[in-house]
Design a protein around this ligand. Structure first.
Ligand code: FPP
Length: 244
């Protein structure tokens, strides 16, 4: 789904790879866990900043399908941190008008975390200010494969499996494609994030480590996004709005 920018220059959907927590901690001679902990605070800040800028969807990469390869104490630390974050911030997110949706393979996570996700989703389902998609045990390739599998299970004939049809089976079928992708932490790669949905997304890479990311850095990324000439494969002159 191609998203038209909702208001002049404001991305409707921002996707973020929150990278650099470990390095932030290392610079301070702290265990990596402390970086992730600060990362949760940065996320809460950025959620508020997105609401203030009338961004409608924010998708964050909280745990990738590949993050299981990390040392087991870091994996269990992250799981515990997410559980703690849900209990600490859920009411606040709800009061801010945030709808929380979890995207990813829930099979491999603990019953406790699955239950916390379910509570976060149901208790915020009526909110509409900002949809916060938390990609957890998510991978772009996983998403494409699960979409194909479900389409096959539904008996969609091969000839009818168009891009639009497959999009209906993608995990974030309710959201427009991201307009702006931000990766913090200085690495220049997509790391199996939203592979299907980022076909025409504008990419901004920031050297800022995620725990230090805030309003100023978000505004920098939005300014870079505004300066882009989005043609979606067409030939529109700069500054001329793209027709749907
Ligand atoms: C990447 O930094 C960050 C992660 C793998 C985890 C991000 C998770 C959070 C910020 C917590 C989210 C919490 C909720 C409730 C959604 P890194 O560890 O790869 O950093 P490095 O590249 O410096 O080592």
């Amino acid at each position: 789904m191609v998203s038209a920018d909702s208001k002049a220059g404001v991305p409707r959907h921002v996707a973020i790879v929150m990278d650099g927590n470990g390095r932030w901690a290392k610079k301070r001679f702290l265990p990596r866990f402390f970086g992730h902990k600060q990362g949760v605070d940065a996320l809460v800040r950025v959620v508020q900043a997105c609401i203030d800028r009338e961004i409608e969807y924010l998708t964050v990469f909280a745990f990738s399908s590949e993050n299981w390869k990390r040392p087991s104490d870091e994996v269990s630390g992250l799981m515990g941190l997410v559980l703690a974050a849900v209990s600490r911030y859920l009411a606040r997110m709800g009061a801010m008008g945030v709808r929380i949706r979890i995207v990813g393979d829930r099979e491999a996570v603990s019953d406790k975390l699955r239950a916390a996700w379910a509570e976060a989703e149901t208790s915020t389902a009526h909110n509409s200010k900002l949809t916060l998609n938390v990609a957890f045990n998510y991978g772009g390739r996983w998403d494409i494969v699960q979409a194909c599998r479900r389409a096959i299970e539904d008996g969609v004939p091969a000839a009818e499996l168009t891009e639009a049809k497959l999009s209906e089976y993608m995990a974030m079928n309710y959201a427009p494609d991201p307009d702006l992708f931000i990766r913090t932490g200085g690495e220049l790669r997509i790391s199996n994030f939203m592979l299907w949905q980022t076909a025409y997304t504008e990419f901004v890479f920031s050297d800022c480590l995620w725990p230090e990311f805030g309003e100023a850095q978000l505004d920098e990324a939005i300014a870079a996004f505004r300066a882009r000439d989005r043609r979606f494969g067409g030939v529109n002159a700069p500054g001329v709005p793209q027709e749907a």
